[in-house]
Design a protein around this ligand. Structure first.
Ligand SMILES: [Zn+2]
Length: 94
């Protein structure tokens, strides 16, 4: 057995640890685009005009891939305890 981290989980941790400073939409001047952040990794998940109609996405594309691959729970566990080395390596389904 290996204690290697799944590459996607590794990327997730990298995103989580390097997330941008969150913009408070309420502090922007009128007409500014609205920024939305991924509820999992904290990176930008959507940018919409102030008068947006369609609902913003709260999950970024990368985390969506994790979700599809069935390893989002592992990524979140790694985020929770910070012991990313203990997340089991899993093969991608493809
Ligand atoms: Zn994300």
């Amino acid at each position: 057995m290996t204690d290697n981290l799944h590459p996607l989980v590794e990327k997730f941790m990298h995103r989580y640890e390097n997330q941008p400073k969150h913009i408070d939409n309420g502090s922007l001047y009128a007409g500014s685009p609205m920024y939305f952040y991924c509820k999992f990794c904290g990176n930008v998940s959507d940018i919409l005009p102030e008068s947006y109609i369609s609902p913003p996405s709260h999950v970024c594309e990368e985390c969506d891939i994790l979700k599809e691959a069935g390893i989002l729970a592992d990524a979140l566990a790694a985020k929770e305890d910070g012991q990313i080395i203990q997340v089991p390596l899993r093969k991608l389904e493809d």
